[in-house]
Write a protein that binds this ligand. Structure first.
Ligand code: FAD
Length: 375
């Protein structure tokens, strides 16, 4: 039962955004900047954003050498270059907009560990550098000398350095988005799950956390930014969820002989250090089928694979004790680009960010806001 005041002030908007991850908040912010008088509401089912934006590893990356080579097998060269450019520009635009210290960003460089069987990737490094030279104007990838100084097992034969990669703190990035959204007077309601959208009427039906209160919002425009969970609202959208697992160790208690962001296995495995701890995640490719899920559950097969990599490859002969673990959910599809399009008279989506939402979330929000403005 709602009061006269609630009915008068809380249910009608010019834009409702569903989902408050990087894309949802970026969309609301870009739209509000363009239309300062617009009444904008963001609805989020979790207390915090509950998909990928605050669950990720904080890699400010745009693709490792083997990941780009793998993409080149299924995509045209121009498409791969465009994808890398979009990610790199996305990173530059959040750094310019929010500032490195607000994002906890550091240009610590990226590295990829290669085993003996991956020599072919090295042979193609110059070709990939040439391909990317219009974007970066200099070589992105180079072979690191003195591989042994990083202490990895001798299974690692080569390390490829990427001087344009860095890392950030996803919690700080989210906090920056929250602050900006508040400054712009964007209303964010959490613990509200959208159950149905009537695309041509502009009606958004939602439930509160207990599922008891049904809320019927109305809006001139609606942005769906629910990434991996979008099939609940748009059953036919071309999206597959992909769960990601991250393990974080206790402070290691010994000096870590490396710094930066590290990739293995075509980008499926990644690790970095966080305040003297090892953050290690990924390996979805070890059990693709079971990881096509929106359930926040730890896959024990993947967890043991990661733990084994830590013990045998990253810190051979040293003890790593795990302090915590978590999962997050990403969205993938047959092609790697996001879906940004109108899906109804008053509705548009900005979803399918893959494993690169840190880099492209802000820009996807900008593009979606422009699309909404033109509708
Ligand atoms: C383990 C892991 C590691 C990752 N590491 C990196 C990395 O290092 N670098 C990188 O660039 N990217 C990384 N990513 C990917 C990145 O986090 C995502 O691409 C990005 O967060 C997607 O942002 P989004 O806003 O589209 O989606 P999300 O952050 O998932 O936001 C969608 C929001 O919609 C809400 N929602 C869904 N359905 C409803 C509904 N019906 N009603 C209301 N709210 C709803 C969800 O609760 C969620 O908060 C990683 C992801 C994971 C899971």
């Amino acid at each position: 039962m709602f009061s006269y005041w609630e009915k008068k002030h809380f249910f009608d908007y010019e834009l409702i955004v569903v989902g408050s991850g990087f894309v949802g908040l970026s969309t609301a912010i870009h739209y509000k900047k363009k239309h300062p008088k617009a009444n904008v509401l963001v609805l989020e089912q979790g207390v915090f954003p509950s998909g990928g934006s605050t669950k990720n590893a904080g890699f400010a990356c745009f693709g490792s050498l083997t990941e780009i080579l793998s993409d080149l097998k299924s995509m045209a060269e121009e498409e791969v270059v465009a994808l890398v450019e979009r990610r790199y520009q996305g990173l530059n635009s959040i750094r310019t907009h929010f500032g490195d210290s607000e994002l906890g960003f550091s240009q610590s460089f990226g590295y990829e560990l290669l085993e003996g069987s991956q020599e072919e990737a090295l042979n193609q490094m110059d070709t990939v550098n040439d391909l990317l030279s219009p974007i970066f104007k200099e070589d992105v990838f180079s072979l690191l000398k003195g591989t042994g100084s990083m202490g990895f097992s001798n299974q690692i034969k080569w390390i490829v350095k990427n001087k344009f990669e860095g890392e950030l703190d996803p919690g700080k990035y989210m906090a920056s988005l929250w602050i900006l959204a508040q400054q712009l007077q964007i209303r964010i309601l959490t613990g509200v799950t959208v159950k149905e959208i009537r695309h041509n009427e502009g009606t958004v039906l939602a439930e509160d956390g207990g599922g008891k209160v049904i809320l019927g919002f109305r809006s001139e425009k609606i942005a769906i930014c629910t990434n991996a969970f979008t099939k609940n609202l748009l059953p036919h959208i071309a999206i597959q969820p992909g769960r990601g697992l991250i393990l974080l160790s206790r402070p290691l208690g010994f000096p870590i002989p490396w710094q930066g962001t590290f990739h293995m296995d075509e980008g499926y495995v990644y690790f970095r250090q966080v305040e003297g701890r090892l953050l290690l995640g990924g390996a979805r490719n070890k059990d693709f089928k079971n990881e096509e899920s929106t359930e926040f559950v730890v896959n024990t097969k993947i967890k043991s694979h990661l733990a084994q990599l830590a013990a045998e490859v990253i810190f051979p002969d040293k003890k790593v004790v795990w302090e915590t673990e978590w999962t997050g959910i990403m969205a993938f599809g047959g092609i790697k680009s996001p879906i940004i399009r109108q899906v109804g008279g008053k509705t548009a989506v900005g979803v399918r960010l893959g494993g690169m939402g840190v880099a492209i979330g802000w820009q996807v929000g900008q593009e979606l806001s422009e699309l909404l403005s033109s509708m």
